[in-house]
Ligand binder design. Sequence first.
Ligand code: ATP
Length: 453
Amino acid sequence: MPGKAEKVNMEKLVSLCQRRGFIFPSSDIYGGLSGCWDYGPVGVELKRNVKDAWWRSIVRERDDIIGMDTSILMNPKVWEASGHVTSFKDPLVECKECHLRWKADDLAEDKCPACGGKLTEERMFNTMFKTFIGPVEEEASTVYLRPETAQGMFVNFPNALNTSRKRLPFGIAQQGKAFRNEITTGNFIFRSREFEMMEFEYFVKPGTDQKWFDYWVEERFNWYVKFGIKKENLGLNPHAQEKLAHYARCCTDITYLFPHGQAELEGIANRTDFDLRQHGEASGRSMEYYDDETKEHYIPYIIEPSAGVDRAILAFVSDAYDEEPDKDEIRVVLHFHTDIAPIKVAVLPLSRKENLAAFARDVYNDLRPCFATQYDDTQSIGRRYRRQDELGTPYCVTVDFQSLEDNMATIRDRDSMNQIRVPVPALKDTLLAKLAGEDLFVLPEGGQIWKQE
Ligand code: ATP
């Protein structure tokens, strides 16, 4: 049996994602657009689940973090004060022959990797996308597509404080698109030019920042484990002091063993009071906090856990991927955590005969308000199971001619392939319990163990 590392590679993931409607190249019929991706019908469900799982853990289930959704276009002064206009840059070299640009840091040799041509001196290249607001394309109307969602939260610190009546420590969270004109994209959705982030800014009293930094590194690491990522594939990479961004006191990456290697999944930074101080000075608005206990005014420190939605998706898919021997063939299966799985239940009638189809449709209509459910009556039952395994659907509900007589249906478990037979009126509650983690063989009244593979 090949080990996990040999089974999963980027080619297989890309192919599965396209074949099963997870992810397609953007503008596919025109040959794509480098660094941009479209989420298909299954992918969009998966993406929602990842974002919802994060939102539940960070906002809904906590008293100390509030949500926000700030605009992508912001006053350009934001990006001056934040330092992005001057420092969000990569050093580039250009080939004098073919004019391709390369990230200077990535080059091992002093010549163009594409044609071997001579290279120019390094030049700085700002990775923020520019556009124009209003009808005139002039410097005065230049705005940027945000390269991170964080700034929208920093500048809303006074609004959040005044309207939420929160006391320190508290946080602001948001999810949304970010844009970076990355020089080199690649490794599928790992590095894109348009991507989604889920970030929060946790405001703390200076002096307590290290404690909260350590707390959030652990919490965020455990979040990935909670939703099914194997601990052994995760890592922590504390940045060396000399490699820290100018504003950060410390920074630790949560890394994941992606098919192309161990790389950053999420970054947690202690940003000190840098951001609030900068925006306070540039806007003239006070970013201070009044501490009723100590009767002091101060600018809070910020701990920022910043994650990429798309990178998380790549990690979830990669971690869930498995190839298992199944009789004479190989079964490809995505062992997603039930909260992450894009489709929870598939209803599969054994035949398309009218009376059975009507029965199966009733079952389907009963389940779909509760779960993301698919109805599939094409091809053989074996192929339909195979398809659902590739989507990572935890449970298939099969109805057969006997169902018409005994009003029972079969639930087949994705991971063990074991089956139980349950009364149709008990289906919904049984599936709810199984999806919440109950053992398959805990049966509702009248249920039977049907088949153990
Ligand atoms: P990298 O070093 O990989 O470029 P970064 O340190 O610039 O990442 P941050 O600015 O800390 O990344 O962004 C926070 C998170 O956003 C990253 O951990 C990653 O998950 C995600 N992210 C950043 N850039 C991209 C991108 N181009 N495509 C997809 N996700 C990204």
